[in-house]
Design a protein around this ligand. Structure first.
Ligand code: HEM
Length: 332
């Protein structure tokens, strides 16, 4: 009788606990319907604020997708890039080297947050806003659309040293950049596809001026630069000129999301050294992806959408982890 009772108790326990386990597993993943009851219009709210911002700043979409990238590479996609110093936050990611005087769009993120809070207070995370704004930015610039997976929660810390070490630098060797992608679970397919985001937006002279006059101490420019393009860049970024002058990352269609980034690489018109080395490499798998994306925009768009989902899945906080910030700049 005792043994039977134990079996019954275990049976009840299994029945009672099974749904909880299933729920916990579901919570551990992002999905595209997370806000369908609590904030059904969240995507259109984000899209309309981004569209509004584009009216006065054609670069803003590029800046917003870059924020999502810089968020996800440091402690996962948890909105940590948005936190400012104050309270328990003693150092920000915003002032880390890759972001300082470079990352932008924070005011637009705040506008999106305000607009969402007006419709559905307290439910949408800042981390999800970055993922949704990235998608809206790409599609408004003529790029692909995809179902953004949501359900992230906002982190409680900022990791400045993580931002300094985990975000790739434009001066780094391909091998190091590949390793930084691998460290967050992204492969070389993701690296090549996501680099295609440099099809819009701007870069300051300081990030590539090493290529223009005295490349690696050679006394001559980077030999992988097309000579006409080199002359234009030398003019825009003269040796004693301002380090912060802006240049289009994609000279052929600066504000459109298309596959010209890859056709540029084929004609030695990649702006950053980290861009051009995707084509000057001996790695045949990388070369063939660049060629494929240059010849087939549909293939690029498909790969890009998938890789954005992969990047957006980098160690999100879910369930009861973290919080839903009411102001993206600070902890509740
Ligand atoms: C592969 C390694 C990467 C390196 C080394 C790199 C480096 C850079 C640098 C140096 C800039 C110029 C910043 C400035 O002048 O202030 C820039 C801009 C940009 N990056 Fe990247 N990036 C990389 C990957 C990515 C990825 C994965 C994305 C998005 C999926 C991205 C999106 C952008 C965009 C859109 C801009 C223009 C931003 C604007 O105009 O405000 N980048 N990147």
């Amino acid at each position: 009788m005792v043994g039977y009772g134990v079996v019954v108790l275990v049976g009840i326990a299994v029945v009672l606990f099974y749904p909880c386990k299933a729920e916990a597993q579901a919570q551990a993943q992002l999905n595209s319907t997370f806000y369908s009851k609590t904030c059904p219009n969240v995507s259109s709210i984000v899209r309309s604020v981004v569209q509004q911002a584009l009216q006065s700043d054609p670069r803003i979409g590029a800046s917003l997708i870059r924020l999502h990238f810089h968020d996800c590479f440091v402690n996962g996609c948890d909105g940590s890039v948005l936190l400012e110093v104050g309270g328990n936050i003693t150092e920000s990611e915003k002032s880390a080297a890759p972001n300082n005087n470079s990352a932008r769009g924070f005011d637009v993120v705040d506008n999106i947050k305000t607009s969402i809070e007006n419709s559905c207070p307290g439910v949408v995370s800042c981390a999800d806003i970055l993922a949704l704004a990235a998608q809206a930015s790409v599609s408004l610039a003529g790029g692909p659309s995809w179902n953004v997976l949501v359900g992230r929660r906002d982190g409680l810390i900022a990791n400045q040293s993580g931002a300094n070490t985990s975000i790739p630098s434009p001066l780094e060797a391909l091998q190091n950049i590949t390793a930084k992608f691998a460290a967050v679970g992204l492969n070389t397919n993701d690296l090549v596809a996501l680099s295609g985001a440099h099809t819009f937006g701007r870069a300051q002279c300081r990030f590539f001026s090493n290529r223009l006059f005295n490349f690696s101490g050679s006394g001559t420019p980077d030999p992988t630069l097309d000579s006409t393009y080199l002359a234009t860049l030398q003019q825009n970024c003269p040796q004693n000129g301002s380090a912060t002058t802006l240049n289009n990352l994609d000279p052929s269609s600066p504000d459109s999301f298309d596959n010209n980034y890859f056709t540029n690489l084929l004609s030695n018109k990649g702006l950053l050294q980290s861009d051009q080395q995707l084509f000057s490499t001996n790695a045949s798998s990388i070369l063939s992806l660049v060629n494929n994306f240059a010849n087939n925009q549909t293939a690029f768009f498909q790969a890009f959408a998938q890789s954005m989902i992969n990047m957006g899945n980098i160690t999100p906080l879910t369930g009861t982890q973290g919080q839903i910030r009411s102001d993206c700049k600070k902890l509740n």
